[in-house]
Design a protein around this ligand. Structure first.
Ligand code: ADP
Ligand code: MG
Ligand code: MG
Length: 243
């Protein structure tokens, strides 16, 4: 689904990612851990094609096509979707109207999902205007569900969300990524950024990576990686990886 080769990215004259490699196969869900400010959102934004991030080396291949220089909307068209860490509010646009514009699913299905998210009362409100952190996450999840992309990136879907809703959102993310289907039916892929790890109790993730100083310094089974981060801290994991 996605292959990243030797990717280097700058913001202004500051190098954020350096020679980063990552491969996510069809049907796989990967998790990205890393301390604050290490470049997790930068990686996601670069895959999405946000022009704020300047690719100074390497390439990104999506479904066999080089997307490194494609504009954002072209990538979205090819099936890349995102849940933002801090989604923007859109004054004057009702959530339901936005959902209808972006929908690749039946309206009935979307309304059903709104109910499952206990979010049906927000459909006639302006998108994200005055929403709490948790409500914004639900609004974004619903938009992603309507849009139904093949590759979905989630930037901290659990931040600012209470425990009960983390479980609900986690379970829905798991379904959106086809993880409830049989292995041979799984077509979607995902990349999830999280600090907390609790959401992984509800998502069937295949692999995890630790991003540190602009590089992936460790990859492995999500639960094992999480345990190491809890035990050693990011610095400990980094020191081990350079030893
Ligand atoms: P993470 O998501 O891992 O917390 P980010 O990818 O958001 O980290 O940020 C990586 C680094 O890039 C941070 O040091 C951050 O301060 C810096 N950064 C982000 N946006 C800008 C910007 N517009 N100008 C300068 N530096 C930025
Ligand atoms: Mg952060
Ligand atoms: Mg971030």
């Amino acid at each position: 689904m996605l292959e990243i080769h030797d990717l280097s990215v700058k913001i202004g004259d500051k190098t954020i990612l350096k020679d980063l490699n990552l491969k996510i196969n069809e049907g796989e869900v990967h998790v990205l851990f890393g301390p604050n400010g290490t470049g997790k959102s930068t990686l996601i934004g670069t895959i999405l094609g946000n022009p704020k991030y300047e690719v100074v080396g390497g390439e990104m291949i999506f479904k066999g096509e080089d997307i490194t220089n494609l504009p954002m909307h072209e990538r979205a068209k090819r099936g890349i979707g995102i849940l933002f860490q801090t989604p923007p509010a859109i004054q004057g646009v009702k959530l339901l109207d936005l959902l209808k514009i972006i929908a690749k699913r039946d309206e009935k299905e979307i309304l059903k999902m709104a109910k499952r998210l206990k979010f049906e009362n927000f459909l006639d409100r302006d998108v994200n205007v005055g929403f709490s952190g948790g409500e914004r996450k639900k609004s974004e999840i619903l938009q992603l569900y309507a849009q139904n992309p093949d590759f979905i990136m989630f930037d901290e879907p659990d931040s600012g969300v209470d425990v009960e809703n983390v479980e609900l959102i986690g379970r829905i993310i798991n379904e959106m990524l086809d993880k409830n289907k049989e292995p041979d039916e799984r077509r979607k892929s995902g990349l999830i950024v999280t600090h907390l790890g609790y959401i992984l109790n509800f998502i069937d993730a295949d692999k995890a990576h630790v991003l540190y100083n602009g590089k992936i310094i460790l990859s492995g089974k999500p639960k094992e990686i999480l345990n190491r981060i809890v035990e050693e801290g990011y610095e400990g994991v980094y020191n081990d990886s350079t030893r």
